[in-house]
Design a protein around this ligand. Structure first.
Ligand code: AMP
Length: 284
């Protein structure tokens, strides 16, 4: 596996692969890799002649400086995992390499209304930062396919909008959420949980999954409230938002029959650690 740290080297590497007419599969990550990331990586490796993974904690998508400061960084272990997974190249740039002062890196994307709700509302500027880094990485890596996890359900919709509004020729592939055996969605931030917080964290998915059954005989509002009340009753847990939305527009619904595809998207503070998860309500 080639370890690439500069834009110049990446550009050269990609040009050589393109000259050989290889298809490029790309997985952008912020590192602290776990089985969730690796499920995307395995697909990229399996479906493309060349697979490239980026590991970059992108400062422009953090609206909370503490979150950026405490974000787990495990570069050496990440590189080892990627080499074992058969990745062709890993791109590990510095902030200066990604955002050099002399280059005006494009920002202010048309991301549609999907970027305004939920994460967009509670993390102002977050999706513009995500769009900025993904657009820059797409320009450098020029992938045929890019792989994203459904754990960040809203992010996929926003990336699709960005790709469409920028006219980028790439196939966006979404991959299912990987969970721990107890149901907790794998996340780099899980490493920040105390033992007690980690023990309680599976309640998030338990509440979501139980609510799917509950939703069959209850209103949207009652289903919503049952999840929030259950989680808010747990020590150290506080739901930041829980929205039951149309899976395409991401706008809230009031009746189950308003949309054929309904998703529940949740963000919960477990102590100071902000965890997200989501679940499909319709179709069953
Ligand atoms: P991150 O490093 O958090 O920016 O995540 C990089 C990519 O991995 C994103 O597309 C995430 O949605 C995806 N990802 C993170 N956690 C999981 C998970 N538990 N299952 C599937 N994909 C995931």
């Amino acid at each position: 596996m080639q370890i690439i740290r500069s834009v110049a080297e990446l550009t050269q590497y990609v040009a050589a692969r393109k000259n050989q007419h290889q298809t490029i599969g790309f997985v952008p990550t912020m590192g602290a890799l776990h089985e969730g990331h690796l499920s995307l990586v395995e697909r990229a490796v399996g479906e493309n002649e060349c697979s490239i993974v980026s590991v970059f904690v992108n400062p422009t998508q953090f609206n909370n400086p503490d979150d950026l400061r405490t974000y787990p960084r495990t570069e050496e272990a990440d590189i080892e995992l990627l080499a074992k997974a058969g990745v062709s190249a890993v791109f590990v740039p510095s902030v200066g390499e990604m955002y050099p002062e002399e280059v005006e890196v494009k920002k202010d994307f048309n991301l549609g209304s999907a970027a305004e709700v939920m994460e967009g509302k509670f993390r102002p500027g977050h999706f513009q930062g995500v769009a900025q880094v993904v657009n820059r990485l797409f320009e450098l890596v020029r992938p045929n396919r890019a792989y994203f996890g459904q754990k960040d359900f809203q992010q996929i919709a926003v990336i699709r909008n960005m790709v469409e509004s920028e006219g980028i020729d790439v196939e966006i592939i979404d991959c299912p959420i990987k969970r721990a055996d107890d149901g907790l969605a794998l996340s780099s931030r899980n490493a920040l949980l105390s033992a007690d917080q980690r023990r309680r964290a599976p309640e998030i998915y338990a509440a979501l999954s139980d609510s799917v059954e509950y939703s069959k005989s209850h209103s949207v509002r009652a289903t919503h409230d049952s999840v929030v009340e259950r989680l808010d009753a747990i020590p150290e847990m506080k739901v930041e938002y829980f929205e039951i939305v149309d899976a395409r527009t991401l706008l809230p619904i009031e009746e189950w029959d308003e949309s054929p595809d309904v998703q529940g998207c949740i963000t919960v503070f477990n102590g100071k650690v902000r965890l997200i998860d989501n679940i499909c309500y319709r179709p069953f």
